[in-house]
Design a protein around this ligand. Structure first.
Ligand SMILES: [Zn+2]
Length: 175
């Protein structure tokens, strides 16, 4: 909803009644969209938010180099004969970073929901399943050259993880 529309709606509502807030789903996806802006990747910026079943934010992640690795000294390209001159061996994906950034007890992730800005690659799908994520809410479809999202779909389905797309935009080709 546009800012004007929201303002209008608030104006029309009596001041002694509660306003209509963002839904939890919209809130968490907006957090994912915000945190992806932290990424230094020049081609693709992704974000992930892990949320408990009682709507508490458990962890945040975006795609980037490991801690202590100087981003300015690393390759960020996607195409090179030598894979060591691409970003792929070095960058940690948003979903994995969200799992790794979690500072609680791992069993608290069981039954959680992941809000992700891009459809997870197969490696992240495996990790989300394995830490007990039961729902994945996805803002964008994704056709990845190396991400094998078809494998993700198969894994999520077989593991009984519920996947919901919030948009039907054309898939991006980057990763
Ligand atoms: Zn991934």
């Amino acid at each position: 909803m546009s800012t004007e529309k929201l303002a209008e709606e608030r104006h029309e509502r009596p001041r002694d009644l509660p306003r209509t807030p963002l839904s939890w789903g919209e809130t968490f996806m907006q957090i994912a969209e915000t945190v992806r802006q932290r990424s230094k990747d020049p081609n693709t910026q992704t974000g992930a938010v892990l949320v408990s079943s009682d709507n508490r934010v458990l962890s945040l992640g975006y795609n980037g180099m490991p801690n202590g690795v100087d981003d300015t000294q690393m390759p960020w390209g996607r195409d090179d004969e030598d894979p060591l001159n691409t970003k792929y061996p070095f960058v940690i994906h948003a979903e994995r970073n969200a799992v790794l950034n979690f500072r609680g007890i791992l069993r608290e992730l069981a039954g959680s929901t992941a809000y992700v800005t891009h459809y997870p690659c197969n490696e992240c799908a495996k990790e989300l399943i394995q830490v007990g994520v039961r729902r994945v809410i996805v803002a964008r479809p994704y056709l990845s050259a190396v991400g094998l999202t078809k494998a993700s779909e198969r894994l999520f389905e077989m593991a009984g993880v519920q996947v919901e797309m919030t948009t039907t935009t054309t898939p991006g080709q980057d990763t």
